[in-house]
Ligand binder design. Structure first.
Ligand code: SF4
Length: 342
Protein backbone atom coordinates (compact mmCIF):
# COMPACT_ATOMS: atom_id res chain seq x y z
CA UNK A 1 0.00 0.00 0.00
CA UNK A 2 1.34 3.42 -0.98
CA UNK A 3 1.13 5.76 2.01
CA UNK A 4 0.27 9.44 1.64
CA UNK A 5 3.02 11.88 2.55
CA UNK A 6 2.37 14.29 5.43
CA UNK A 7 5.26 16.61 4.61
CA UNK A 8 3.98 19.30 2.22
CA UNK A 9 0.44 19.36 3.64
CA UNK A 10 -1.01 22.69 4.77
CA UNK A 11 -2.62 23.11 8.18
CA UNK A 12 -6.10 22.76 6.64
CA UNK A 13 -5.05 19.53 4.96
CA UNK A 14 -3.63 18.23 8.26
CA UNK A 15 -6.93 19.10 9.98
CA UNK A 16 -8.69 17.01 7.32
CA UNK A 17 -6.27 14.12 8.07
CA UNK A 18 -6.96 14.28 11.81
CA UNK A 19 -10.73 14.33 11.18
CA UNK A 20 -10.46 11.32 8.87
CA UNK A 21 -8.56 9.41 11.56
CA UNK A 22 -10.80 10.72 14.38
CA UNK A 23 -7.79 12.24 16.15
CA UNK A 24 -8.30 15.19 18.54
CA UNK A 25 -8.54 18.59 16.81
CA UNK A 26 -5.34 19.90 18.45
CA UNK A 27 -3.29 17.11 16.83
CA UNK A 28 -3.14 18.92 13.45
CA UNK A 29 -1.05 21.77 14.90
CA UNK A 30 1.15 19.30 16.76
CA UNK A 31 1.79 17.41 13.51
CA UNK A 32 2.53 20.69 11.67
CA UNK A 33 5.07 21.48 14.40
CA UNK A 34 6.81 18.14 13.89
CA UNK A 35 6.81 18.58 10.13
CA UNK A 36 7.97 22.20 9.85
CA UNK A 37 9.65 23.25 13.08
CA UNK A 38 11.56 20.18 14.19
CA UNK A 39 14.29 18.12 12.61
CA UNK A 40 12.71 14.67 12.66
CA UNK A 41 11.94 12.52 9.63
CA UNK A 42 9.60 9.81 10.89
CA UNK A 43 6.13 9.73 12.47
CA UNK A 44 7.56 7.68 15.35
CA UNK A 45 9.47 10.80 16.44
CA UNK A 46 6.27 12.80 17.06
CA UNK A 47 6.58 12.15 20.75
CA UNK A 48 3.81 14.43 22.05
CA UNK A 49 1.26 12.29 20.17
CA UNK A 50 0.21 9.13 22.02
CA UNK A 51 1.44 5.77 20.72
CA UNK A 52 -2.09 5.01 19.57
CA UNK A 53 -2.28 8.27 17.62
CA UNK A 54 1.10 7.65 16.00
CA UNK A 55 0.04 4.09 15.04
CA UNK A 56 -3.17 5.39 13.50
CA UNK A 57 -1.26 8.04 11.58
CA UNK A 58 1.34 5.54 10.38
CA UNK A 59 -1.34 3.17 9.10
CA UNK A 60 -2.12 5.44 6.15
CA UNK A 61 0.61 8.08 6.08
CA UNK A 62 4.37 8.50 6.07
CA UNK A 63 6.46 11.52 7.04
CA UNK A 64 7.48 11.93 3.39
CA UNK A 65 11.05 13.22 3.02
CA UNK A 66 13.39 11.93 0.34
CA UNK A 67 17.13 12.42 0.08
CA UNK A 68 18.78 13.78 -3.07
CA UNK A 69 20.03 11.01 -5.36
CA UNK A 70 23.04 12.92 -6.67
CA UNK A 71 25.22 16.01 -6.09
CA UNK A 72 27.68 18.10 -8.08
CA UNK A 73 29.81 20.90 -6.62
CA UNK A 74 31.12 23.92 -8.48
CA UNK A 75 34.53 25.49 -7.95
CA UNK A 76 32.62 28.58 -6.70
CA UNK A 77 30.87 26.61 -3.92
CA UNK A 78 27.49 26.31 -5.70
CA UNK A 79 26.00 22.83 -5.44
CA UNK A 80 23.46 21.08 -7.63
CA UNK A 81 21.26 18.34 -6.21
CA UNK A 82 19.32 15.73 -8.15
CA UNK A 83 15.94 14.58 -6.81
CA UNK A 84 13.69 11.81 -8.06
CA UNK A 85 10.06 12.97 -8.52
CA UNK A 86 6.81 11.79 -10.14
CA UNK A 87 7.86 8.13 -9.62
CA UNK A 88 10.45 8.01 -12.41
CA UNK A 89 11.54 11.55 -13.36
CA UNK A 90 14.33 13.77 -12.07
CA UNK A 91 14.69 17.45 -11.24
CA UNK A 92 17.58 19.63 -10.17
CA UNK A 93 17.93 22.06 -7.27
CA UNK A 94 20.74 24.60 -6.84
CA UNK A 95 22.28 25.70 -3.54
CA UNK A 96 24.13 29.03 -3.85
CA UNK A 97 26.21 30.28 -0.89
CA UNK A 98 27.31 33.92 -1.13
CA UNK A 99 28.98 35.57 1.88
CA UNK A 100 26.24 35.83 4.54
CA UNK A 101 23.50 34.66 2.14
CA UNK A 102 22.66 31.04 1.38
CA UNK A 103 20.04 30.62 -1.32
CA UNK A 104 18.23 27.56 -2.57
CA UNK A 105 16.82 27.65 -6.10
CA UNK A 106 13.75 25.39 -6.24
CA UNK A 107 12.12 23.62 -9.18
CA UNK A 108 8.33 23.51 -9.48
CA UNK A 109 7.95 21.24 -12.52
CA UNK A 110 9.86 18.40 -14.15
CA UNK A 111 10.82 20.07 -17.42
CA UNK A 112 8.82 23.04 -18.66
CA UNK A 113 6.18 23.88 -21.29
CA UNK A 114 7.33 27.46 -21.95
CA UNK A 115 10.05 26.71 -24.53
CA UNK A 116 12.28 29.77 -23.96
CA UNK A 117 14.98 29.28 -26.59
CA UNK A 118 17.93 30.12 -24.32
CA UNK A 119 17.02 27.54 -21.66
CA UNK A 120 18.01 23.87 -21.36
CA UNK A 121 14.92 23.06 -19.27
CA UNK A 122 12.78 24.48 -22.07
CA UNK A 123 14.49 22.13 -24.54
CA UNK A 124 13.62 19.19 -22.32
CA UNK A 125 9.84 19.65 -22.73
CA UNK A 126 7.35 19.03 -19.95
CA UNK A 127 7.15 15.90 -17.79
CA UNK A 128 4.81 16.99 -15.01
CA UNK A 129 3.93 19.26 -12.11
CA UNK A 130 5.62 18.74 -8.75
CA UNK A 131 3.53 18.40 -5.62
CA UNK A 132 4.08 20.72 -2.64
CA UNK A 133 5.82 17.73 -1.03
CA UNK A 134 8.27 17.51 -3.94
CA UNK A 135 8.79 21.30 -4.05
CA UNK A 136 9.47 21.68 -0.32
CA UNK A 137 11.46 18.47 -0.05
CA UNK A 138 14.18 20.24 -2.11
CA UNK A 139 14.34 22.93 0.60
CA UNK A 140 14.28 20.53 3.55
CA UNK A 141 16.38 17.63 2.29
CA UNK A 142 19.54 19.36 1.12
CA UNK A 143 22.31 19.11 3.74
CA UNK A 144 22.56 22.94 3.92
CA UNK A 145 18.89 23.29 4.92
CA UNK A 146 19.59 24.89 8.30
CA UNK A 147 21.91 27.52 6.75
CA UNK A 148 19.40 28.83 4.20
CA UNK A 149 18.55 32.54 4.25
CA UNK A 150 16.74 32.93 0.91
CA UNK A 151 14.55 30.89 -1.42
CA UNK A 152 14.10 31.56 -5.13
CA UNK A 153 11.61 29.71 -7.31
CA UNK A 154 13.83 29.96 -10.40
CA UNK A 155 14.70 26.32 -11.02
CA UNK A 156 13.10 23.98 -13.53
CA UNK A 157 9.58 24.87 -14.66
CA UNK A 158 7.23 27.85 -14.62
CA UNK A 159 5.96 28.29 -11.03
CA UNK A 160 2.70 30.02 -12.00
CA UNK A 161 1.87 27.08 -14.29
CA UNK A 162 1.68 24.97 -11.11
CA UNK A 163 -0.21 27.55 -9.05
CA UNK A 164 -2.03 25.36 -6.50
CA UNK A 165 1.11 23.53 -5.40
CA UNK A 166 3.13 26.76 -5.48
CA UNK A 167 0.64 28.56 -3.21
CA UNK A 168 0.52 25.61 -0.83
CA UNK A 169 4.33 25.63 -0.64
CA UNK A 170 4.41 29.40 0.03
CA UNK A 171 1.71 29.03 2.68
CA UNK A 172 3.77 26.40 4.50
CA UNK A 173 6.97 28.45 4.21
CA UNK A 174 5.46 31.72 5.49
CA UNK A 175 2.70 30.73 7.98
CA UNK A 176 3.34 30.83 11.72
CA UNK A 177 2.23 27.17 11.96
CA UNK A 178 4.73 26.34 9.18
CA UNK A 179 8.30 27.53 8.76
CA UNK A 180 7.38 31.13 9.62
CA UNK A 181 9.73 32.63 7.01
CA UNK A 182 9.31 36.26 6.01
CA UNK A 183 7.88 36.49 2.45
CA UNK A 184 10.57 39.09 1.76
CA UNK A 185 13.15 36.27 1.77
CA UNK A 186 11.31 34.41 -1.00
CA UNK A 187 11.22 35.30 -4.72
CA UNK A 188 9.03 33.66 -7.34
CA UNK A 189 10.10 34.00 -10.95
CA UNK A 190 7.72 33.82 -13.90
CA UNK A 191 7.67 34.36 -17.65
CA UNK A 192 4.51 36.39 -16.97
CA UNK A 193 1.25 34.45 -17.27
CA UNK A 194 -1.57 37.00 -17.57
CA UNK A 195 -4.23 34.72 -16.14
CA UNK A 196 -2.22 33.79 -13.04
CA UNK A 197 -0.04 36.71 -12.05
CA UNK A 198 -2.95 38.59 -10.42
CA UNK A 199 -3.77 35.52 -8.31
CA UNK A 200 -0.17 35.22 -7.22
CA UNK A 201 0.03 38.92 -6.26
CA UNK A 202 -3.23 38.67 -4.35
CA UNK A 203 -2.58 35.41 -2.51
CA UNK A 204 1.09 35.75 -1.67
CA UNK A 205 3.31 38.53 -0.32
CA UNK A 206 6.55 37.10 -1.76
CA UNK A 207 8.77 39.01 -4.16
CA UNK A 208 8.08 38.70 -7.87
CA UNK A 209 10.63 38.39 -10.69
CA UNK A 210 9.43 38.58 -14.30
CA UNK A 211 11.61 37.19 -17.11
CA UNK A 212 11.62 40.04 -19.61
CA UNK A 213 14.65 39.71 -21.94
CA UNK A 214 13.26 42.11 -24.55
CA UNK A 215 10.81 45.03 -24.43
CA UNK A 216 9.98 44.58 -28.14
CA UNK A 217 7.05 42.36 -29.08
CA UNK A 218 8.48 40.60 -32.17
CA UNK A 219 11.92 40.13 -30.64
CA UNK A 220 10.53 38.75 -27.38
CA UNK A 221 8.39 36.30 -29.38
CA UNK A 222 11.56 34.86 -30.94
CA UNK A 223 13.10 34.37 -27.48
CA UNK A 224 10.03 33.42 -25.49
CA UNK A 225 7.01 31.84 -27.24
CA UNK A 226 4.81 32.89 -24.29
CA UNK A 227 4.90 36.46 -25.67
CA UNK A 228 2.48 35.36 -28.45
CA UNK A 229 -0.36 34.84 -25.97
CA UNK A 230 0.86 36.79 -22.93
CA UNK A 231 2.41 40.07 -24.13
CA UNK A 232 4.68 41.46 -21.45
CA UNK A 233 3.06 44.92 -21.68
CA UNK A 234 -0.19 43.33 -20.42
CA UNK A 235 1.71 41.69 -17.58
CA UNK A 236 3.32 45.02 -16.63
CA UNK A 237 -0.13 46.65 -16.60
CA UNK A 238 -1.47 43.97 -14.23
CA UNK A 239 1.50 44.53 -11.91
CA UNK A 240 1.04 48.32 -11.99
CA UNK A 241 -2.67 48.02 -11.19
CA UNK A 242 -2.06 45.57 -8.34
CA UNK A 243 -0.62 48.38 -6.20
CA UNK A 244 2.67 46.81 -5.12
CA UNK A 245 3.57 48.00 -1.62
CA UNK A 246 7.00 48.95 -0.30
CA UNK A 247 7.72 45.56 1.29
CA UNK A 248 7.26 43.55 -1.86
CA UNK A 249 9.93 43.79 -4.55
CA UNK A 250 9.29 43.44 -8.27
CA UNK A 251 12.24 42.77 -10.52
CA UNK A 252 12.62 42.12 -14.22
CA UNK A 253 15.19 39.57 -15.33
CA UNK A 254 17.08 40.52 -18.45
CA UNK A 255 19.52 38.10 -20.07
CA UNK A 256 21.80 40.20 -22.22
CA UNK A 257 22.49 38.83 -25.72
CA UNK A 258 25.26 40.45 -27.72
CA UNK A 259 23.99 42.48 -30.70
CA UNK A 260 20.38 41.49 -30.04
CA UNK A 261 18.85 43.14 -26.97
CA UNK A 262 21.72 45.32 -25.75
CA UNK A 263 21.22 48.51 -27.78
CA UNK A 264 20.27 52.05 -26.80
CA UNK A 265 16.88 51.46 -28.43
CA UNK A 266 16.35 48.68 -25.88
CA UNK A 267 17.31 50.98 -23.03
CA UNK A 268 14.78 53.61 -24.21
CA UNK A 269 11.99 51.05 -24.69
CA UNK A 270 12.67 49.45 -21.29
CA UNK A 271 12.44 52.88 -19.66
CA UNK A 272 9.12 53.48 -21.45
CA UNK A 273 7.70 50.04 -20.59
CA UNK A 274 8.67 50.17 -16.91
CA UNK A 275 7.77 53.81 -16.37
CA UNK A 276 5.58 54.25 -13.28
CA UNK A 277 6.43 50.91 -11.68
CA UNK A 278 8.72 50.61 -8.68
CA UNK A 279 11.10 47.87 -9.78
CA UNK A 280 14.63 46.91 -10.63
CA UNK A 281 16.19 45.19 -13.64
CA UNK A 282 18.55 42.28 -13.01
CA UNK A 283 20.95 41.87 -15.90
CA UNK A 284 22.01 38.24 -16.29
CA UNK A 285 24.84 36.80 -18.33
CA UNK A 286 23.75 34.37 -21.05
CA UNK A 287 25.12 30.87 -20.53
CA UNK A 288 25.59 29.27 -23.90
CA UNK A 289 23.53 26.16 -24.75
CA UNK A 290 23.96 23.78 -27.71
CA UNK A 291 22.33 24.68 -31.03
CA UNK A 292 21.51 28.30 -30.12
CA UNK A 293 23.41 31.04 -31.94
CA UNK A 294 23.35 33.62 -29.17
CA UNK A 295 26.29 35.08 -27.29
CA UNK A 296 26.90 37.08 -24.17
CA UNK A 297 28.50 40.54 -24.49
CA UNK A 298 31.69 41.29 -22.55
CA UNK A 299 31.63 42.73 -19.05
CA UNK A 300 32.37 46.29 -20.27
CA UNK A 301 29.38 46.27 -22.66
CA UNK A 302 27.25 44.77 -19.89
CA UNK A 303 28.26 47.56 -17.49
CA UNK A 304 27.49 50.17 -20.18
CA UNK A 305 24.00 48.73 -20.59
CA UNK A 306 23.47 48.77 -16.82
CA UNK A 307 24.70 52.37 -16.57
CA UNK A 308 22.45 53.47 -19.44
CA UNK A 309 19.43 52.01 -17.61
CA UNK A 310 20.50 53.67 -14.36
CA UNK A 311 20.79 56.99 -16.23
CA UNK A 312 17.19 56.56 -17.34
CA UNK A 313 16.14 56.21 -13.70
CA UNK A 314 15.80 52.42 -13.70
CA UNK A 315 17.68 50.64 -10.93
CA UNK A 316 19.72 47.99 -12.74
CA UNK A 317 22.21 45.50 -11.35
CA UNK A 318 24.35 42.76 -12.88
CA UNK A 319 23.72 39.39 -11.29
CA UNK A 320 26.81 37.33 -10.57
CA UNK A 321 26.97 34.11 -12.54
CA UNK A 322 27.23 31.03 -10.32
CA UNK A 323 27.70 27.30 -10.87
CA UNK A 324 28.33 27.38 -14.63
CA UNK A 325 30.94 24.58 -14.48
CA UNK A 326 28.34 22.14 -13.11
CA UNK A 327 25.48 23.41 -15.34
CA UNK A 328 23.71 24.91 -12.34
CA UNK A 329 23.73 28.50 -13.66
CA UNK A 330 20.68 30.31 -15.00
CA UNK A 331 19.19 28.48 -18.02
CA UNK A 332 21.38 25.37 -17.71
CA UNK A 333 19.30 23.03 -15.49
CA UNK A 334 18.33 19.88 -17.37
CA UNK A 335 17.57 16.25 -16.54
CA UNK A 336 16.86 15.15 -20.09
CA UNK A 337 19.67 12.54 -20.10
CA UNK A 338 18.80 11.25 -16.65
CA UNK A 339 15.13 10.86 -17.59
CA UNK A 340 16.14 8.90 -20.72
CA UNK A 341 18.35 6.46 -18.78
CA UNK A 342 15.68 5.34 -16.35
S1 SF4 B 1 13.43 29.94 -18.65
FE1 SF4 B 1 11.99 29.17 -17.10
S2 SF4 B 1 9.99 29.33 -18.12
FE2 SF4 B 1 11.53 29.50 -19.76
S3 SF4 B 1 11.76 27.37 -20.51
FE3 SF4 B 1 13.32 27.72 -18.91
S4 SF4 B 1 12.38 26.94 -17.02
FE4 SF4 B 1 10.73 27.26 -18.50
Amino acid sequence: MVKEKLYGKTLNELIAVTRRLKLPGYAARQIADWLYKKEISDISGMTNLSNKMRDLLSSGYEYGLSEPSGTAESSDGTKKYLFKVLTDKYIETAYIPDKERATVCLSTQAGCKMGCIFCMTGKQGFQGNLTSNEILNQFRSIPEHSKLTNIVFMGMGEPLDNMDELLKSLDILTSEWGYGWSPTRITVSTVGLKGSIGTFLEKSRCHLAVSLHSPFDEERKTLMPIQRTNPVKDVVEIIKKSGINGQRRVSFEYILFSGLNDTQAHVRELARLLNGISCRVNIIRYHSIPGIQLASPGIEETKKFRDALNNKGIIATIRASRGEDIQAACGLLSTIEKNRKK
